[in-house]
Design a protein around this ligand. Structure first.
Ligand SMILES: [Zn+2]
Length: 364
């Protein structure tokens, strides 16, 4: 346990540890960089290090085992559950009712935005004493989504740093935040995790062989978080109905599918609609395939294609679907994505999508 277990981004980790060792932790930090490269993980580790009962000889580490380290995990899990519960509430106004912040709090968008009530609650909590921790840590993930009204309020907190609270803002790029906000934060830029590190995780922790690695590396795309949980078997399984769907709709010009092909198509849409209980994941897989088809269509096959093991089939499908077909399917996935929590018949939606793509007729 401790910072040594963090993979990649040695510079960022080194900077955090140095600040800890010198007892010079800034009141507000900004972690920037792509998704899945460990920003939130390092924020959690920092929260532990600020509160751990066994911080190591240099005072720049955490044990991961003391009651406070365990409590930090618990707080983070509780905030994540609370966010999920609130996002499921239909009426967006009601999502912010009765907000209560823990000593370690994760704040994320509840609609498209992080709302003013969320930042108001952050502000009113930040200046009070934490309940169980010596130091409260508030992690604002996707800080670029802070509503403009809420940004003014956050700025006030940054201008008068609370004594008991450390703020960690996380976003893809510092330039997505107002200059007034980013200039008041100590910024740590995270780099994509080196392919060699990801490859080692996939090989050693996920047990992938050389041939499987090529595909896996592209699916996880530099994300250490995805690499650590990647299941090749599940990915291939999830991809199957999408391949059946594409096979059925990517017709050479003018030819309608034979009856057996309709059956294959409906079996595929049924599987897709069920999504194996993971509709969102499945839709992402579908989007990736469509992006691949687009790359192939535009002749950018090189490193851009994710499903590199399917290249020959992608090359058949891409011209058969054409730009219009690919875009129709993309729009269909987008609409399923938006409606996934509503009680609609997803299979019917996929069926009519497929029919629509087929109806669009011959392509050259
Ligand atoms: Zn500890």
């Amino acid at each position: 346990m401790g910072f040594d277990s963090f993979l990649g981004n040695a510079k960022a980790v080194g900077a955090v540890r140095e600040l800890l060792a010198r007892g010079r932790m800034p009141g507000s930090l900004l972690f920037t960089g792509a998704d899945g490269i460990g920003k939130k993980t390092l924020a959690l580790m920092l929260a532990k290090a600020l509160n751990c009962e066994r911080r190591g000889a240099e005072g720049d580490d955490f044990c991961g085992e003391c009651s406070r380290c365990l409590k930090a995990d618990e707080f983070l899990a509780s905030s994540a559950e609370d966010l999920a519960r609130r996002r499921a509430i239909k009426d967006a106004q009601k999502r912010v009712e009765g907000l209560l912040y823990f000593d370690l709090q994760l704040i994320e968008p509840l609609t498209r935005y992080i709302l003013i009530e969320q930042i108001r609650q952050l502000r009113s909590t930040a200046y009070t004493r934490p309940f169980t921790f010596p130091r409260r840590v508030m992690i604002v993930d996707q800080a670029q989504a802070i509503h403009w009204q809420a940004a003014d309020l956050l700025l006030k907190v940054l201008e008068e740093p609370p004594e008991t609270t450390t703020l960690i803002l996380i976003c893809p790029s510092a330039y997505e935040l107002r200059p007034t906000i980013r200039s008041r934060c100590f910024t740590l830029q995270f780099a994509p995790v080196e392919e060699a590190v990801i490859e080692r995780v996939l090989a050693e922790e996920r047990g992938l062989g050389k041939r499987e690695l090529a595909l896996a590396l592209r699916v996880v795309r530099g994300s250490i978080a995805l690499a650590k949980t990647f299941e090749l078997k599940d990915y291939l399984e999830q991809r199957k109905p999408w391949l059946a769907l594409l096979e059925s709709v990517a017709r050479p010009s003018g030819r309608a599918p034979a009856p057996q092909q309709w059956k294959t198509l409906f079996d595929a849409t049924k599987l897709l609609a069920e999504g194996g209980g993971h509709l969102e994941e499945s839709l992402k897989t579908g989007s990736t395939l469509l992006r691949d088809l687009m790359h192939v269509l535009l002749g950018e096959e090189g490193r851009a294609v994710t499903n590199v093991d399917l290249l020959p089939r992608l090359k058949e499908w891409a011209p058969a679907l054409g730009l219009d077909g690919i875009q129709q399917l993309e729009a269909g996935i987008e609409s399923s994505y938006r409606q996934q929590n509503r009680n609609i018949n997803q299979q019917l939606a996929f069926d009519s999508l497929a029919a629509e793509v087929l109806r669009s007729g011959p392509r050259t």
